[in-house]
Write a protein that binds this ligand. Structure first.
Ligand code: UFG
Length: 339
C-alpha cells in the first residue's frame, strides 16, 4: 500500500513510518517541521533501509495535498499533523482550531477530491473529558476541558459526519493514552521543542542532567500514592496499533471505527520516577508542588475492543518504556541536531 503520513517526522509519526516501511508499505511523508526536525528523515532512512520521500508543507494547503495524493498514487492516509500542547492551546485557541481542525478538514477534502477512502486519525483519550470513569471504554460520551482537547473532539465529529455523507470512507479514530518510550535503537524518540510539558521527557531530561529537578504536580489525589495515575503506552506498541487499524479498515466494510490504544494499566507519577531511576541508574530528584490545573487523578484505557477486533495489544512493560527512553535520551541529550 502507498500511505501518506502527515506529521510523519514527529514523535509518534516517525515510529509509525518505520513500522509501515518494515511491513513493506510505501510511505510519503508531509510535514512542515513546525514541531519536528528534518534530521529525523535521515534516521528513518538509515533504520528503514530505503528512501523516505518527504514533502515539507503545511497540510492546510489542500490543493497541494490533493495534488500530492494523486501524483503519488496514495491509497491511505495516516493523519498525525497537529499541535498538542494543552497549556499553549489555552493561550492560542485560534491557532489550535485553525491548525488542528483545519488540517483534518483539509485532509478530508483532499481525500474526497482524489477518492482515497482509508484514513487513520490520531485522536486522544483527552476526548473522554474530566469526569470519565476508569477504565475508559470507547462508548463514553466525549467532552474536553481545553482547546486542544476540543480540536480532537471536533475533528472526530467532522470525520464521523463525513462517513455519514460519504459511506465509502473507511475511518479509524485512534484514542491514545500516554505515549512514551522510543525506538530500541535510540536513533529516534521524543524531542520536545521547549521545556517538556509531559512527564516522561521531563524525567528523562532530569536524569541526563539537562534539568535539575522534577516538579510532581500534587500528591493528594485518591490514588495508590497520591500522585496522578496514567496509562503509559510504549510508542512502538502504539505504532503497531496504527498498522493493525490500517489493515483492519482495508479488510472490513465499516465506515467509522473507534479504538482505544492503551495498556489497560495505570502507573503513578512516583512509580514512573522510580522505574526510570532503576532503568537509568541515575537519581531523579523531585519536589512535590501544587496540582496542575485541569489534571485528573486517574486515566487508563479499557483496551478490550482493540484486542478483540484488531488482535492488537500493548506488550511492552513500563521498565522497557524507561529503558528505551533512556537509551534515546543518553544518545541524544539535546534531541535531534538542528540541521
Ligand atoms: N506530571 C508531573 N510533573 C510534570 C509533568 C506531569 O507531575 O512535570 C504529572 C501530571 O500531573 C500527570 C502525569 O504526570 O499526573 C502525566 O502528565 P502528562 O502531562 O505527561 O500527561 P497528561 O495525562 O496530563 O496528558 C496527556 C497528553 C495530552 C492529553 C491528556 C489528556 O499529553 O495531550 O493526556 O488526558 F490532552
Amino acid at each position: 500500500m502507498r500511505v501518506l503520513v502527515t506529521g510523519g517526522a514527529g514523535y509518534i509519526g516517525s515510529h509509525t513510518v518505520l513500522q509501515l516501511l518494515g511491513a513493506g508499505h510505501d510511505v510519503v511523508v508531509v510535514d512542515d517541521f513546525s514541531n519536528s526536525r528534518p534530521a529525523v528523515v535521515g534516521r528513518l532512512e538509515e533504520l528503514g533501509g530505503r528512501p523516505v520521500p518527504l514533502l515539507a508543507f503545511d497540510v492546510n494547503d489542500t490543493d497541494r495535498l490533493a495534488a500530492t495524493m494523486s501524483d503519488e498514487g496514495v491509497e491511505a492516509v495516516v493523519h498525525f499533523a497537529a499541535f498538542k500542547a494543552v497549556g499553549e492551546s489555552v493561550a492560542k485557541p485560534l491557532e489550535y482550531y485553525r491548525n488542528n481542525v483545519g488540517a483534518t478538514m483539509s485532509v478530508l477534502e483532499a481525500m474526497l477530491r482524489t477518492e482515497v477512502a482509508h484514513l487513520v486519525f490520531s485522536s486522544s483519550a483527552t476526548v473522554y473529558g474530566p469526569d470519565a470513569p476508569v477504565p475508559m471504554t470507547e462508548d463514553l460520551p466525549t467532552s474536553a476541558t481545553n482547546p486542544y482537547g476540543w480540536t480532537k473532539v471536533f475533528s472526530e465529529q467532522l470525520l464521523r459526519d463525513a462517513t455519514v455523507a460519504h459511506p465509502w470512507l473507511r475511518v479509524a479514530l485512534l484514542r491514545y493514552f500516554n505515549p512514551v518510550g522510543a525506538h530500541p535503537s535510540g536513533r529516534i524518540g521524543e524531542d520536545p521543542a521547549d521545556v517538556p510539558n509531559n512527564l516522561m521527557p521531563y524525567i528523562a531530561q532530569v536524569a541526563v542532567g539537562r534539568r535539575e529537578r522534577l516538579a510532581v504536580f500534587g500528591d493528594d489525589y485518591d490514588t495508590v500514592d497520591g500522585t496522578g495515575v496514567r496509562d503509559y503506552i510504549h510508542v512502538e506498541d502504539l505504532a503497531a496499533g496504527h498498522l493493525a487499524a490500517l489493515e483492519w479498515i482495508q479488510e472490513h466494510d465499516r465506515a467509522l471505527s473507534v479504538w482505544n490504544l492503551g495498556t489497560g494499566h495505570g502507573t503513578s507519577v512516583l512509580e514512573l520516577v522510580h522505574a526510570f531511576e532503576e532503568a537509568s541508574g541515575r537519581p531523579v530528584p523531585y519536589d512535590v508542588v501544587a496540582r496542575r490545573a485541569g489534571d485528573v487523578a486517574s486515566s487508563w484505557a479499557d483496551p478490550t475492543r482493540a484486542e478483540q477486533e484488531l488482535g492488537w495489544s500493548a506488550s511492552r512493560t513500563v521498565a522497557q518504556m524507561c529503558e528505551d527512553t533512556w537509551r534515546w535520551q543518553q544518545a541524544n541529550p539535546e534531541g535531534y541536531p538542528a540541521v
